[in-house]
Design a binder for this molecule. Structure first.
Ligand code: CMP
Length: 138
């Protein structure tokens, strides 16, 4: 798998009815969907997925929120996928995100910020494998 990133449409954006609009923006930006599912993280899944943030003050809140409802998990393929996807979603805090970015348009707050995007090629692969088996990635 070359040039992939991993994304989640987070519980806030799913609850707010933004799945279709967000997938449309992703598609228009030239990403190909290699894997996708509607799922819900258990508390243990969320703890494991965000282990890197376990010392942060917002870790508990993050784990509770990310396991609070259904998410869309997806693997996206494109040249320069990680960086281009981070540009498309905008800053972590939607108040600081550029006009037209997914977080600016759909996020509620820095914690409930609509979408996840991998921060490196290495993490994209780890995160994709966390959510999908080999035969679910096309
Ligand atoms: P993401 O970059 O997908 O992964 C780490 C998440 O931690 C981040 O999105 C935010 O949702 C969350 N996060 C970062 N900073 C804060 C904060 N100050 N308060 C609450 N959540 C945060």
């Amino acid at each position: 798998l070359n040039n992939i990133t991993f994304t989640m449409i987070k519980p806030d954006a799913v609850a707010d009815g933004h799945i279709g609009a967000i997938l449309n923006k992703i598609s228009e930006a030239g990403f190909r969907i290699s894997a996708m599912k509607l799922t819900q993280l258990t508390v243990d899944d969320a703890k494991k997925f965000y282990e890197i943030h376990s010392e942060r003050p917002f870790y508990g809140e993050l784990v509770t929120f990310m396991s609070s409802g259904p998410i869309v998990a997806a693997v996206l393929e494109k040249e320069n996928a990680v960086a281009d996807f981070r540009t498309l979603i905008g800053a972590t805090n939607p108040a600081e995100a550029e006009e037209g970015t997914i977080r600016k348009m759909f996020a509620r707050s820095v914690g409930e910020n609509a979408v996840h995007g991998s921060d490196s090629d290495e993490n994209a692969l780890i995160e994709a494998r966390f959510h999908f088996s080999g035969r679910e990635i096309f």
